[in-house]
Design a protein around this ligand. Structure first.
Ligand SMILES: [Fe+2]
Length: 494
């Protein structure tokens, strides 16, 4: 484990006192800002600085996505909302025990317009005020949230735009994917679900005008087979969804979206979000396939960005999720996040049980400790899984060791944590099976980590079955990359 020291750029007197213990109060805010600040695309290079050994079974490409910023805003990157920033894609190509890196911005119309104008064209929802010729840009769209490989296409995703396809090898732009002209709304979310048994991709969209939500199915070749509006009573921030063998589950949380002023350019997305706990959480359970009618289930108030997994068993549907119990605090935390002031922002794991016979929904909190970015063995999305992985966020101003990667076991509860040490901030962990037919949990967890002691980044490879152990490999980047949101492993691309 690395010895804790002051993160670069920090200014805490307490932490610089000789002999002062690392767990004493330090400039946590600076660490946070450092971890998320933007970097540029640097092209490609072989990652030669390796601690440990990269497993030779790893064969394919890990893609990561997250917000960076090519043109710096005058007020500074930290003043921007967490959701803003150019999509910067990182590709880590594993082959024969080596890793090659490629980093490139998604060169979509918004990115190119800002590059041409030499300035930021406004916050989300503000671009209608711009007098400049923005070409085809009508709203700032930055596909910075997720990157998914499906049907032979690599898609960069954000929930206020249609998917933007990029080349799987060099990450160069290909163009917007409109599902063969079948789009029913202004956007799709960044969180499709892929059913590995059928090869289908299920995804929804939402928008601040009718139809409030839309539902799509694509076959294994990426051809859209179902495109239908969803009958929602109002619209909220519907970031993610879950699937089971027979259903799609779309949570409509108690953070509502009031988009009248958003579309006219009079308000930002942040100003249009409202915490309305009286609404509770509504879950839309829609049978997969064409023509399915929604069945609504109701749970106590909260907000979830991310369900974990869902599956059917004995006439019920079980779904776990990372839930923010106070959505007002969440909205505030998102606004202040880039300034390192989103400290109160924390989700906790819940299990929801939908009884298809009675229509009842039972909500159970699984742990008081924080959990976000839930993942599982992707082969089991929509089917009963035993293990789940998540990022723990437990904030304490005097404790630098607050981010861990957790493993949850449905048989017996919480099982294991991996602690990366002081001033280390891991991102979302992606599970890759050792071989295509390996058992669940027999494989690797891949995550990029920000190292606050060196102001650098590395890719960690953990043995999922022994995840508390030292990483099998730490593969160091030659440059720091900002902590991002989501990514996926594509075994088909090397
Ligand atoms: Fe997300």
């Amino acid at each position: 484990m690395l010895e804790a020291k002051q993160p670069s750029g920090g200014g805490s007197a307490a932490a610089t006192e000789p002999g002062h213990h690392a767990a004493a109060p330090v400039d946590f805010q600076q660490f946070w800002k450092n971890a998320w600040r933007p970097s540029h695309d640097v092209g490609s290079y072989r990652m030669t600085r390796v601690e440990g050994e990269i497993p030779r079974e790893l064969h394919g490409t890990l893609y990561r996505n997250g917000p960076s910023q090519n043109i710096k805003p005058t007020e500074g990157f930290a003043a921007m909302h967490l959701f803003e920033g150019d999509a910067l894609i990182h590709a880590f190509r594993f082959d024969d025990g080596r890793v090659d890196y490629t980093g490139r911005f998604v060169e979509n119309p918004t990115h190119l317009a800002e590059k041409r104008l030499g300035r930021v064209i406004g916050g989300l929802g503000e671009s209608n005020h711009e007098p400049d010729d923005l070409g085809e840009v009508v709203m700032r769209q930055q596909p910075n949230t997720n990157v998914v490989y499906h049907g032979g296409k690599l898609l960069a995703l954000v929930e206020n735009a249609w998917p933007f396809e990029i080349d799987a090898r060099d990450l160069s732009p290909i163009g917007t994917n409109d599902f063969q002209g079948r789009m029913l709304g202004m956007s799709t979310t960044a969180h499709p679900k892929i059913d590995r048994k059928t090869g289908q991709m299920i995804i929804h969209g939402y928008q601040p005008f009718e139809p409030y939500a839309q539902y799509y199915e694509l076959d294994a070749d990426g051809i859209c087979t179902v495109a239908e509006p969803l009958d929602f009573p109002y619209v909220g921030m519907c970031h993610d969804m879950a699937i089971t063998e027979n259903y799609a589950i779309i949570p409509l949380g108690a953070i509502t979206l009031h988009g009248e002023k958003l579309m006219s350019g009079e308000a930002t997305v942040d100003e249009c979000l409202r915490w309305e706990p009286d609404k509770g959480i509504r879950f839309a359970l829609r049978p997969r396939g064409a023509g399915g009618d929604i069945r609504w289930f109701q749970a106590p108030a909260g907000y979830m960005f991310h369900p974990g997994n869902a599956y059917e068993e004995d006439g019920k549907i079980f779904m776990d999720a990372c839930v923010y119990e106070d959505g007002g605090q969440l909205i505030e935390g998102l606004r202040l996040f880039r300034q390192g002031r989103g400290v109160g922002l924390r989700a906790v794991p819940y299990l929801y049980e939908f009884d298809l016979t009675t229509g009842e929904c039972k909500a159970t909190k699984l742990d008081d400790r924080g959990a976000e970015f839930p993942r599982l063995d992707d082969r089991l999305v929509g089917y009963k899984n035993r293990f789940g992985y998540a990022w723990r966020q437990d904030y304490a101003a005097d404790a630098p060791k607050i981010y861990e990667i957790m493993k949850y076991d449905r048989q017996g509860g919480l099982s294991t944590a991996h602690d990366f040490g002081a001033w280390q901030w891991p991102g979302e962990a992606v599970f890759v099976p050792r071989t295509p037919t390996s058992d669940e949990d027999d494989g690797f967890l891949l995550c990029t980590v920000y190292d606050g002691t060196t102001d650098g980044s590395y890719l960690a490879v953990l043995d999922a079955r022994n995840m508390a152990d030292e990483p099998l490999a730490k593969v160091h980047l030659e440059h720091r990359i900002p902590l991002g949101f989501h990514g996926n492993f594509a075994g088909a691309v090397v």
